[in-house]
Write a new protein. Structure first.
Length: 128
């Protein structure tokens, strides 16, 4: 085991987020995604170590837009389909988060690798 010098932020959708996803492509009846379906796709963000609720709140408030855009893009790349106001209120309505102070790597065989994410790849859409 390796202790990482990071904390973890687990970001989970709310029913409002699921309702937005389902409205993107309306379906009939049982074909709609449920909150449980979407929660299986939740994201873990490694963040600087945070040891107080105030530090965590401040960090999330600074980075909420980046997190919100990443979560929206995971379900819809076309930003024209996104909610109009991407603000703190929408973040709170669409997502909930849980903090874990410690992040531990249980993989003793593979070295932890770091790769920079190319923002252009994240921003590509099917508009070609």
């Amino acid at each position: 085991m390796k202790l990482l010098n990071r904390s973890a932020l687990s970001v989970r959708p709310t029913q409002h987020f699921v309702d937005w996803i389902n409205a993107l492509e309306p379906t009939v009846g049982d074909e709609d995604l449920s909150l449980a379906d979407v929660e299986r796709e939740s994201t873990i963000y490694l963040i600087p170590e945070m040891d107080t609720p105030e530090a965590l709140e401040g960090f999330v408030r600074e980075r909420y837009l980046e997190i919100l855009e990443t979560e929206l893009r995971a379900w819809e790349e076309d930003e024209r389909q996104w909610p109009e106001a991407l603000d703190w209120a929408l973040f709170q309505r669409f997502l909930r988060f849980e903090h874990s102070y410690l992040a531990i790597d249980l993989d003793d065989e593979a070295a932890l690798e770091v790769a920079e994410v190319d923002d252009n790849l994240l921003l590509e859409t099917d508009q070609d």
